[in-house]
Every structure is written in structure tokens, then in C-alpha cells.
Design a protein around this ligand. Structure first.
Ligand code: C2E
Ligand code: CA
Ligand code: CA
Length: 697
């Protein structure tokens, strides 16, 4: 019996039906009243009954099952199936598009019908008749068709894109897989998330992902496959757990894509971003990454590694004198030398400018590290040819070895830098390996800067004043203001104890401000007291010029303290004139000079500048460095400088005059002014009035 028959509204229960005749009659009654398309065909293929629905479509109960009926409702396969249904009681069903004739006899638009054939059997198991029901399922069929098309499209997409879908039924444990990827198909052999096929390095992350999986939330993960052949295969996966109608997890769907190509492309792009275009060497970004890898390896495996910093000596001069072309050629040539000197596994990088670095991993000793360094120094001895000229270069090299496993390997960069600094300090063109004692001198410096900072806040810095005496008139022309640190424990400290502070960008600015304020406040006081001090000279460090606003700042301050410009001298060393930002220095001193501030060239003779170089600057005073004054062998130089200065309209001041003999000689050469212990050591401001009063008495 078919289910349709069981659910019939016919009141006669099936067990009451005894005879085939009575059975047939009951079925005929059922079919005639069925509220849907139904027909009854007996085992001789006669149509014995049809439902009103079907009759309305022109199917007559009197109709013999003949050609018309077949043609209208059935395909040859249907007839075949009907025959099998009669002969063996096999039910069947079929979807068919049928155009039924309407009331007026014309054929309507084809509709999708689902036709079901169910045999009704006698008690002896013979087929009595076949009940045919038909339902217009056009609506469902479209959905089904659409689903089938979606399926086809998905399948094509999977094929096109090396995608694979794995659906795991969490209730039945069944796995469905589709897609093409020989490597990924393995995934379908496993039930739960198969960590076995994930690369060992990616397993932990994968396991974590599985642990944290939330129902209904998509997870995306990229990992490598575990391949015995070692070929790196990258897979991107999106996974999601779907809930069933009951709200319980039902299916786990994973979509996998082979992204090995994309990964390689990304790597290629990264390589581009990690390369220095001039030399083709890895750049600083790459170096940082490799350095971190070396640090990790040394922390995990205790691996010994070395770091080398290389700086071309006087590269700026080469660039300035031979041109940028020559500079570029040199850098390229150096890159080649580095390649030749170091092992292929070492990371040779250009950090910028003329700065190079090398990371050496898997070392056994310091000798391992120094071998290539020495080879490089040998290569550097050969002259470089460029544009038909040949020139020689040298480099300073700092090396550090991470041997002390308890030490923080990230200090390595600092250590190598300290060693490099030492190599330069010792005269360049050499290699220095870092030792902890080097760091301590740096640490002392850091400590000093910290103390100076605190001392500034504590107002421990004061100015001492040293007189400058005019030889011809034998009178005090002025004073040089010199910084002292009135240290609470160590007493009065001279600048040689805190020189590093004048070289520190930030602190030299603070000390400079402080010196100006103190000097101007003092001058104001002396002016008010009627102390005839002449001029006060204030020393200016290079950093103070950097803002570009120094002239305005000085003039503002003079205005604020109401001190006339012609009471002030500024002392600038030739290194400041010749160094970085010479243009800005020039503008500043011109502006001040115009305002009436006197400009003194300090420490003349210790730098590399000649007076011709300094012509562009307005210089009123030339201060000959004390090293010349105190060295009798330099008398000729001192004489020449005095003559030259005079001819250029500058007054010449000799520093460091300690005795009468020196004073006499200088007077003889025509020197204008004298500064030195012979007259007085630098003194506290409070002693100046008394000194002036007693001068010459
Ligand atoms: P400087 O500008 O060349 O100052 C002259 C130095 O020579 C002073 O050293 C002074 O005490 C010393 N001196 C003077 N006469 C004699 C002498 O007869 N014999 C000897 N042996 N030395 C003499 P000081 O005060 O220790 O200052 C050292 C350096 O510190 C100065 O050299 C200057 O470069 C720097 N400095 C001092 N105060 C300041 C400041 O306020 N700002 C800046 N930027 N630098 C300053
Ligand atoms: Ca000075
Ligand atoms: Ca000086």
C-alpha cells in the first residue's frame, strides 16, 4: 500500500477489504473523491477512475488507456515504469514538464508535475491496480533547479580556483568533499580537524583556533601543509560551524584554498620593499627583521651570533669633493666587497647613507667573526676606480659578539655601535670588537648627562668671569663668562668635567639659555651699580644655532634686561662656522653684528679653517688658542696670525697667557688683548668690582 492510500479519507479500513472486487470499489471511490489529481489504472491498464481535478484537465473516467492518455500524460519511460509497477508492484515517481490541455482544448504553459505510481496489492501479493497521483510542483521545482544550478556554479568555481570544500556532519560523522586539490584532498580522510596534515610549526595555532571556535562564527586561518617532500604549500581556510533547526551544532564546513602562489608573490613584493635600490643589499627594515630572528635563535637555542657595523671614513668628503656619482660608485663597490668577504648565509645590509651592517649567525668564536672582517679590510686597501680616476677609501668597523647568554641580545646593536664609535675615535680605518669596559664609559656619559639635567633644575650652574686686558691702554676691556658647576659635594667644577653636556643637543641648549640669562642679569646689576666691566663675552655652542632664531632670541633677551648690544660679545669656534648649517650660522652672526654685538672667533688655529674660509663671516675678534700661545715653538704661527688678523681689520686676543715672558712676546708681535692666569683666573661675579677697582694699582 502506498502512503497516499493509507492517508485516504475513505472510511473503510483496509483490513475489512476482503475481496479484490470490494478493494477495487473502495479505491475507485477514493480516487473519484480525491481532492487532487489522481487516477486508478487496473492491472489490465484500464483507467477505471479519475479525480475531479484530473477530469477537469480532460481526463475522462471512461477513457481507455490508449495512445491519447499516454501521449498526454506519460513519456515512453513512464509507460515502461507503469508496466513494471503492474508486473512487480514497484512504485516510482517522476518529475515531468507537462502541458495539459485546458477547458477550451488549447495546451497551457508547461508545468512541472511530480507523478507518483503506487501499486495496490491483493492479499496474495498480486497487483490489483495502480494509483497514479500527480501534483503541480512547479514552485518547488524552480527552487530545486536553482539549487542545482548553484551547485553547478559552485563546482565550477571550486575547479577554477583550486578550492576545496569539506563538510563534516557533526551528527552522523559523514564527510562530504568536493573540489580539486590533490594536496588538500587528504583533509577529507580525517574526521576532526586533522592536525597531522598541518605543518608542525602551524599546529599550535590551528589547535588554538579549534579550541576557540564559536558556533556560527567564521574563522580564517593561513597555514602550511605538512609535506614529507618539504615543498612549502600554503593554504588559506575559512571554517564555520552551522547550527541545525534545533539550535545544536549540525555541520562544520571548511573551505580551503591553495595560496602558495599568492604567498610567493607577497614575498617577492616584500623583497622589493626590503631592498636598497642603489646597492641591491637588504635595507634597514630587513636587517631589523633578521636581527630579531638572530636574537630569537640565540635565546631559544643558545646560538652564538655576531653583529658588525661598518662606516665609510670621510664619506661626506668623498661625496663633496668627487661628486655623488663617485659616492654611489663607492657604495656599490663596498657592497661587492662585503659580498666577497662574508659568507652567503650572513645578512649584509645597508642601513642608510654610508652605514652598513652584517649579522653573522652560527658562530663558534670571535675568530669566526673577525676572519671576514679582516678580509674586508684587505679588500678595502685596493683603490676604487671611477670615471677614469682612482681613489682609496677606508672604513671603521665595530663588532659585537653575543656570547654571554645571560645578557640581553638586543643590546648587541648598541654594543656594536659603541665599538664603531671607538674605532672612529682611535683614528678610523680600523676594526674594534666591543668589550664591556667600553660600555661603562658610555654609561658614565649617560649618568653624567642625567646629573647635569638635575643640576640645571637645582640651579647649580653659575658663571665665572675672566678679564680680557687691552695691552696698549693697560686696562680691562671686558670679561669672558665661563660656566662652572657648583657641585654640592665636589665643589666648583670646570667644563672639562661636564663637556659632554655641551655636546648634547638638548642640554647644550639648556646650558646656553642659562648662560645668557645669568650673564645678562649680571651685566644689568653691574650697570646699575656703576661697575665699569666693558664687554662680557658669552660662549655659544653649535646646537644653539640650530633653531635659526638665535639672533632674535639674543636681541629679545638684551631688550628684556635692558642691556645695550655693544656690551655683549659672542664667542663662536671655527668648527661651528665650518660645520653643519654654516649658512644659518652666517645669517645669525650677520644679524647680531649689525645690531652691535661683537663677534669673536674662538680657539683659532685648532680647527681646519683658514681665515680666507672665514671671510664671509663678520669677525671682530680673533682669539688665538692657548695651545699656540703656550708653546714657544709656535711663535711664528702666533706672529703670522696676529699680522694676518690685523690686516683683515680684526683685533687679536691671545688666550692662556700665564707669565710676563709670554705677555712681552705677544706685545712685541702686536697682539691687542690678553686673557690668562697672568692677569687673573676666572672669578665669581662678586669679585669683579673689587678686581676692577684694584686693577693696575
Ligand atoms: P674657552 O672658550 O677656550 O675658554 C677659555 C678657557 O681657557 C677657560 O677654561 C679658561 O679657564 C681657560 N684659561 C684661561 N686662561 C688660562 C691660562 O692662563 N691657562 C690655562 N691653562 N687655561 C686658561 P674653562 O673655563 O675650563 O672652559 C673650558 C671651555 O668650556 C671653554 O673654552 C669653552 O669652550 C667651554 N665653555 C665654558 N663656558 C661655556 C659656556 O657658557 N657655553 C659654552 N658653549 N661653552 C663654554
Ligand atoms: Ca671662549
Ligand atoms: Ca678659547
Amino acid at each position: 500500500m502506498t502512503s497516499t492510500a493509507v492517508r485516504t479519507p475513505v472510511s473503510t479500513p483496509s483490513h475489512d477489504i476482503k475481496t479484490p472486487g470490494a478493494q477495487m470499489a473502495a479505491f475507485e471511490t477514493f480516487v473519484r473523491h480525491a481532492p487532487f489529481a489522481a487516477a486508478l489504472v487496473d492491472n489490465a491498464f484500464r483507467l477505471t477512475a479519475a479525480s475531479p481535478d484530473w477530469i477537469s484537465h480532460g481526463l475522462s473516467p471512461d477513457l481507455e488507456i490508449g495512445d491519447d492518455f499516454r501521449r498526454a500524460l506519460f513519456s515512453p519511460e513512464d509507460v515502461d515504469s507503469l508496466e513494471r509497477c503492474v508486473a512487480f508492484g514497484e512504485p516510482f515517481s517522476r518529475y515531468r514538464a507537462i502541458s495539459l490541455p485546458g477547458q477550451d482544448g488549447t495546451l497551457a504553459e508547461p508545468r512541472i508535475w511530480r507523478t507518483e505510481f503506487a501499486a495496490t496489492l491483493t492479499e496474495t501479493g498480486r497487483t490489483l491496480a495502480v494509483i497514479i497521483t500527480a501534483r503541480d510542483v512547479s514552485g518547488y521545482a524552480e527552487t530545486a533547479l536553482k539549487a542545482e544550478r548553484d551547485q553547478q556554479r559552485l563546482k565550477m568555481a571550486l575547479e577554477l580556483d583550486d578550492l576545496m570544500v569539506r563538510e563534516y556532519d557533526l551528527r552522523t560523522g559523514e564527510i562530504y568533499c568536493s573540489g580539486t586539490s590533490p594536496e588538500l584532498e587528504k583533509w577529507c580522510l580525517f574526521k576532526d580537524d586533522p592536525l597531522e596534515i598541518v605543518h608542525p610549526d602551524d599546529r599550535e595555532k590551528m589547535a588554538e583556533l579549534v579550541r576557540n571556535r564559536k558556533d556560527g562564527e567564521a574563522q580564517v586561518f593561513e597555514f602550511r601543509l605538512n609535506r614529507p617532500d618539504g615543498v612549502e604549500t600554503w593554504v588559506r581556510s575559512v571554517g564555520k560551524k552551522f547550527l541545525g533547526a534545533d539550535g545544536q551544532p549540525e555541520r562544520l564546513v571548511n573551505l580551503f584554498k591553495d595560496i602558495t602562489d599568492r604567498r610567493r608573490q607577497t614575498e617577492a613584493v616584500e623583497n622589493l620593499a626590503f631592498k636598497d635600490s642603489l646597492t641591491g643589499l637588504p635595507n634597514r627594515a630587513y636587517f631589523n627583521r633578521k636581527f630579531q630572528e638572530a636574537v630569537d635563535a640565540s635565546e631559544i637555542k643558545g646560538e652564538l651570533f655576531g653583529l658588525i657595523m661598518i662606516d665609510v671614513d670621510h664619506f661626506k668628503d668623498i661625496n663633496d669633493t668627487l661628486g655623488h656619482d663617485a659616492g654611489d660608485a663607492l657604495l656599490k663597490r663596498l657592497a661587492e666587497m662585503l659580498h666577497a668577504a662574508f659568507r652567503s648565509g650572513d645578512t649584509v645590509a645597508r642601513l642608510g647613507g654610508d652605514e652598513f651592517a652584517v649579522i653573522l649567525r652560527g658562530l663558534h668564536s670571535e675568530a669566526d667573526m673577525m676572519r671576514p672582517v679582516n678580509a674586508l679590510q684587505d679588500l678595502l686597501r685596493r683603490p676604487i676606480e671611477h670615471g677614469g680616476r682612482s681613489f682609496s677609501v677606508s672604513a671603521s668597523i665595530g663588532a659585537a659578539l653575543h656570547g654571554d647568554l645571560d645578557a640581553d641580545p638586543s643590546h648587541m646593536i648598541k654594543n656594536a655601535d659603541i665599538a664603531l664609535y671607538r674605532a672612529k675615535d682611535e683614528g678610523r680605518n680600523r676594526s674594534v670588537v666591543f668589550t664591556p669596559s667600553m660600555r661603562s664609559s658610555l654609561e658614565q656619559r649617560i649618568e653624567l648627562l642625567r646629573d647635569v639635567r638635575a643640576a640645571i633644575t637645582a640651579r647649580e650652574f653659575v658663571l665665572y668671569y675672566q678679564p680680557v686686558v687691552d695691552i696698549a691702554s693697560h686696562s680691562v676691556a671686558g670679561f669672558e663668562a665661563l660656566m662652572r658647576w657648583d657641585h654640592p659635594e665636589q665643589g666648583i667644577l670646570t667644563p672639562d668635567r661636564f663637556m659632554a653636556a655641551f655636546e648634547d643637543q638638548d642640554l647644550s641648549l639648556k646650558l646656553g639659555d642659562l648662560a645668557f640669562d645669568a650673564a645678562l642679569a649680571q651685566m644689568r646689576e653691574w650697570l646699575d651699580q656703576g661697575v665699569e666691566f666693558g664687554r662680557v663675552a658669552v660662549n655659544i655652542s653649535a646646537a644653539q644655532f640650530r633653531s635659526g632664531r638665535l639672533a632674535e632670541e639674543i636681541q629679545d633677551r638684551l631688550g628684556r634686561w635692558n642691556v645695550p648690544c655693544d656690551r655683549l660679545t659672542i664667542e663662536v669656534t671655527e668648527n661651528v662656522y665650518m660645520g653643519w648649517g654654516a649658512e644659518m650660522v652666517s645669517d645669525t652672526v650677520h644679524q647680531l653684528h649689525k645690531a652691535g654685538v661683537m663677534i669673536a672667533l674662538d680657539d683659532f688655529g685648532t680647527g681646519y679653517a683658514s681665515l680666507a674660509n672665514l671671510r664671509q663671516f663678520p669677525i671682530d675678534r680673533l682669539k688665538i688658542d692657548k695651545s699656540f700661545v703656550q708653546n714657544a715653538e709656535d711663535a711664528a704661527i702666533v706672529k703670522a696670525v696676529i699680522t694676518l688678523g690685523g690686516s683683515m681689520g680684526m683685533k687679536v686676543v691671545a688666550e692662556g697667557v700665564e707669565d710676563q715672558e709670554q705677555l712681552d712676546a705677544l706685545a712685541d708681535y702686536g697682539c691687542d688683548q690678553i686673557q690668562g692666569y697672568h692677569f687673573s683666573r676666572p672669578m665669581p661675579a662678586g669679585m669683579v668690582a673689587e678686581y676692577l677697582a684694584g686693577f693696575g694699582k
